[in-house]
Design a binder for this molecule. Structure first.
Ligand code: DX5
Ligand code: ZN
Length: 220
């Protein structure tokens, strides 16, 4: 890790009636990546949007799109996400009995980064067998499904655990964290080895999005 911190605003907290404008606003505010939460109403209780909205965002801004699939059997929609313009596609280890196959399916697409996510209730050990096959690991620090939830503090320990696992195999994979990240607490995540910070309410509810993003990056 070179100490560079990337910030990914979560569009879940954006004004859905003005998504394109919001994407461009975040781009101008210094975002590195746009985090897009795809929820199916099965893996998580909430439903958001799918490939057609991602395609619209693709043409609205130049930022790489980071698609977080909170979808049961994500294999069914991986190719659609890629075709819609996703640069990173992350699937949950809990969402399919065939996580290895799902990650291969993502990696088959040139230039697309395969990511694996784990919920707060899933041990870091669940990642062991696929760690060498991914370009991104996402450690959830809230239970997925909604923005604006309180950080689950014990989940922070898993960030350091996953960082050690990645370092052990010499993996350059991004270590992403998602849930309860703010400019004020960003250091808790980066100090444990996270280098891609997702933040929804921490950026969209901040008085100045650019200042919040800059503060998060300053914690590298
Ligand atoms: C939750 C989503 C998050 C969400 C985070 O299921 O995966 O990306 O937008 O929201 P905050 O940053 O408000 O906790
Ligand atoms: Zn997310």
């Amino acid at each position: 890790m070179d100490g560079k911190i990337l910030v990914a605003p979560s569009m879940l907290s954006a004004d859905f009636a003005r998504l394109g404008e919001e994407a461009r606003r975040l781009e101008a505010a210094g975002a590195d990546v746009l985090h897009i939460d795809v929820m199916d109403g099965m893996f998580v209780p909430n439903i958001t949007f799918g490939a057609c909205v991602i395609r619209a965002l693709r043409s609205a801004c130049a930022l790489p799109l980071d698609v977080h699939m909170m979808v049961r059997q994500p294999e069914r929609y991986i190719d659609d996400m890629v075709e819609a313009g996703a640069r990173y596609v992350t699937v949950h280890a809990e969402a399919t009995p065939h996580i290895h196959r799902a990650l291969q399916q993502i990696a088959e697409h040139p230039g697309v980064v395969a990511g694996v996510a784990i919920n707060p209730g899933t041990p870091a050990q669940a990642l062991q067998c696929v760690l060498g096959d991914v370009g991104l690991v996402l450690v959830m620090t809230v239970n997925p499904g909604f923005g604006g939830q309180k950080l689950i503090v014990p989940a922070l320990d898993k960030i350091a655990e996953v960082r050690a696992m990645l370092d052990r195999i010499g993996s350059p994979a991004l270590l992403e964290v998602d849930g309860g990240v703010t400019a004020q607490n960003a250091r808790e995540f980066t100090a444990r080895g996270a280098n891609l910070l997702v933040s929804g309410t921490g950026i969209f509810r901040a008085p100045d999005a650019a200042a919040a993003i800059a503060a998060m990056k300053a914690h590298g």
